[in-house]
Design a protein around this ligand. Structure first.
Ligand code: SAH
Length: 351
């Protein structure tokens, strides 16, 4: 590790903050030694706050019908070869029921982006889940909606919302999205979510097309100042039916490095080792945990639709039953010295 990188690493560990230039240099000049140093510090910080617990969230992919056309995403509306589905309220409730029996206390409802007139359906769904399981947290990951919609969903009982910012650079944002989507609206959504009292998650893909270390430095600065309760990052993985089909995938190594930096910036943040990371490397999720992540999101969707929720190629865990998935994860996590926690696992403000 060169002198400059050593200084930057020490400063990040001590002050939880660097300048944007500092983040960029930390990324550009990284080496194995720097990664090991940051990972060790990140794991220590996480252990102090969360012990050796890794929180699990049951992911229910409620549908792949989407009005948006993000260039990277396999369920974008332009993909004519995507077989569309939408789970009924009863199907979603029974997935959650099964999850509850397996011990899950957080459900994440994720899906393609629905039209504005779906507020009532979604609110009814959230109310049903909260009534059936008042001891559980409901997290939504349903993309950009109006403030009014976010407000109604919050009043219906939703506790958390995941909306990755995707990139903190407005020009880069344009390269990843169709012209009708805007960076400004993305930021508006994130501000509204926080303002309405959701535990809010932002995040980005590592190695998305055209991404540079300068963009990543901006992402880190944005995360540092926005102070999300959750932060989802994972490698970009091309999907064969998108304009980015021929683009290279993001790296596991850089994703893990960034996980360590984010843990050091925001010691209390809930940070998943994502399915995309597990897709890029056989032990990707373990490597994520060993870099500072502390959340896993196993799939609770009906096995019959899992292959249809294909954001990127070769997604893992599309064949197993939920119970099998959780057993597999548990043995992987125990093998690296951690324990799965089935608690709600809310964000902890204080250390
Ligand atoms: N429609 C919702 C939820 C589904 S997409 C939304 O946009 O928030 C959830 C996340 O998957 C996106 O934020 C994106 O960062 C990630 N994603 C989409 N396509 C991907 C790809 N090809 N490789 C890796 N991650 C991808």
């Amino acid at each position: 590790m060169n002198e400059e990188v050593k200084k930057l690493a020490d400063r990040l560990i001590a002050e939880h903050s660097l300048t944007e230039e500092g983040y960029e240099q930390l990324i550009r000049e990284r080496d194995e030694e720097a990664a090991a140093c940051l990972a060790e510090a990140a794991v220590n910080v996480r252990r102090r706050i969360y012990g050796n617990k890794v929180y699990v969230r049951g992911l229910i992919e409620i549908g792949n019908i989407c009005k948006n056309d993000c260039l990277y995403c396999g369920i974008r509306r332009s993909n004519r070869n995507c077989e569309r589905y939408r789970l009924t309220g009863d199907e979603i409730v029974s997935c959650a029921e099964e999850g509850y029996r397996l011990g899950f206390r957080t459900f994440v409802l994720q899906g393609g982006e629905l039209p504005a007139d779906t507020d009532e359906i979604l609110c009814a769904l959230v109310r049903r889940l909260k009534e059936a399981h008042p001891d559980c947290a409901v997290t939504l990951s349903l993309g950009e909606r109006s403030r009014e919609s976010y407000q109604k969903l919050r009043e219906a009982g939703a506790d958390r919302y995941l909306l990755r910012h995707e990139t903190a650079d407005p020009e880069h944002y344009k390269m990843l999205h169709p012209t009708e989507m805007s960076f400004e609206n993305r930021m508006r959504c994130l501000r509204d979510l926080k303002d309405l009292g959701y535990q809010t998650g932002c995040g980005f893909m590592v190695g998305s097309p055209y991404q540079t270390p300068a963009h990543l430095a901006k992402d880190l600065k944005f995360i540092e100042t926005f102070r999300p309760e959750m932060c989802g990052i994972g490698p970009f993985i091309p999907h064969h039916e998108t304009p980015f089909a021929k683009e290279p995938a993001g790296s596991v190594e850089l994703t893990c490095y960034l996980l360590s930096i984010i843990r050091l910036m925001l010691p209390n943040v809930l940070l998943p080792a994502t399915t995309a990371l597990g897709t890029m490397h056989q032990r990707g999720r373990e490597l994520g945990i060993l870099s500072g992540a502390n959340v896993l999101m196993p799939n609770l969707s009906p096995v019959s639709v899992r292959k249809q929720y294909e954001l990127y190629d070769n997604k893992i865990c599309t064949g197993e039953e939920s119970a099998q998935c959780i057993r597999c994860l548990e043995s992987r996590i125990n093998a690296i010295g951690y324990e799965l926690s089935m608690e709600r696992g809310d964000f902890r403000k204080e250390a």
